[in-house]
Write a protein that binds this ligand. Structure first.
Ligand SMILES: [Zn+2]
Ligand SMILES: [Zn+2]
Length: 397
């Protein structure tokens, strides 16, 4: 799609809209554009409806998820894009679940409408009588990182407990393939159908088959090692590459490293949530870093050079003669890199100068200062330059 519209614009809500308002807006759009309502329309109308419906569904799948919404608000489409490399989106989720959530069980009847495949893990995209693809559960875990690790990116060993296919039965749940029977009640679909009247007319709804629990098959001689589930619990270590520039609360999706699915289905994902260990000397805001440097009154008056502890080593910064307390020195590109593809390059380091005022003085020091008390140079008289410094300082803090 060349001209992708802003998600808030698509749903016609303000950026400040609440979760309920977003849900209501989507319900409105979905009711208007759902392809089942346009079956009697012209081809052009059908096409428009399908596009509008998809557009609204995509917008809702992002704005209804607090994590994705936050990323979208901050980074735009790039923040929620599913693409190559590290993926922060977790996919567009299951739109069918989303619609069922909105319309209740009646959505199960929209059999003919496929085409959600482009949205990611759409294993339910076309029809319900197809062979079921099982998806393993996702595993959520946290990883704690120092700012130094975030600056360079790091590879972490993450140990998790997860389901793996049972080695004794090859994940089938039984040693002999002949011990797996198709469920006679649902004929293998795992679902039984009912006809109901709903918002969109007469529709078929489906519920899980009680005889097989939705499995579609019955194992008559279960494997002893896994009790017929086809799964065993394992404690395993996964190497996770964390790109440079990640932020606290960000979630990395490692595809296929979650729980294995029953019946050799698709593995779930490993969701790694980034936790940033606060740095003893540096504060972070986005890609920028902030450091407070304390200097003496005399250094502030006469000028000096200070050492700034950046993440990749110590750098010298020049303090000009006559620097005010609160002045900010910027060290270009000494902040954090941005996560590949997002934001605007490497951040900067802001050094705030704090002039330390001594409390105890010797007799001689006091005498020397007394002489200067009435001196013209020591009388406050902020020049324009100083004012500019203070205004800039106000903007940053
Ligand atoms: Zn087994
Ligand atoms: Zn059944």
């Amino acid at each position: 799609m060349a001209e992708k519209r802003d998600y808030y614009e698509v749903l016609e809500v303000a950026r400040t809209a609440t979760a309920d308002e977003i849900k209501l807006a989507y319900r409105k759009a979905a009711m208007k554009w759902h392809p089942d309502r346009w079956v009697d329309g012209t081809d052009a109308e059908k096409k428009t409806a399908e596009e509008k419906f998809k557009e609204a569904s995509e917008a809702y799948s992002v704005l209804s998820d607090p994590d994705k919404k936050a990323r979208y608000d901050q980074y735009g489409f790039q923040g929620v894009d599913t693409g190559a490399g590290p993926d922060f989106s977790g996919g567009f989720g299951n739109l069918e679940d989303l619609l069922r959530d909105l319309f209740g069980g009646s959505f199960g009847g929209f059999g003919g409408f496929g085409g959600f495949g482009g949205f990611g893990s759409g294993n339910t995209s076309s029809g319900r009588t197809q062979t079921r693809v099982y998806k393993g559960r996702d595993i959520r875990t946290r990883v704690r990182l120092t700012l130094e690790e975030i600056a360079t990116g790091v590879e972490k060993d993450i140990t998790i407990e997860r389901n793996r296919p049972c080695p004794d039965c090859g994940g089938r749940g039984t040693k002999n393939a002949s011990d797996i029977k198709t469920c006679p009640n649902c004929k293998g679909s795992g679902q039984v159908s009912h006809v109901t009247n709903s918002l969109f007319g007469r529709t078929m709804t489906y519920s899980t088959c009680t005889q097989c629990g939705g499995e579609g098959r019955i194992v008559t001689n279960p494997c002893r090692s896994c009790g017929g589930t086809g799964l065993v619990r394992r404690r395993e270590t996964v190497k996770v590459k964390i790109p440079a520039g990640v932020e606290d609360g960000m979630q990395l999706t490692i595809r296929g490293e979650g729980h294995a699915a029953p019946h050799n289905g698709t593995n779930g994902d490993l969701l790694v949530i980034i936790e940033e260990i606060s740095h003893p000397n540096l504060k972070r805001s986005g890609n920028n870093l902030f450091y407070n440097a304390m200097i003496s009154v005399t250094d502030a008056i006469l000028g000096t050079e200070i050492a700034v502890p950046c993440l990749d080593g110590t750098y010298k910064a020049k303090v000009e003669p006559g620097t005010q307390s609160g002045a900010v020195i910027k060290l270009r590109n000494k902040g954090l890199p941005s996560v590949s593809g997002y934001g605007s390059g490497t951040g900067d380091m802001y050094v705030k100068i704090i002039v330390w005022i001594p409390k105890k003085l010797s007799r001689e020091e006091k005498d020397a200062l007394e002489k200067m008390r009435t001196s013209r140079s020591f009388t406050p008289d902020p020049s324009r330059d100083d004012k500019a410094v203070f205004d800039k300082f106000k903007d940053i803090y």
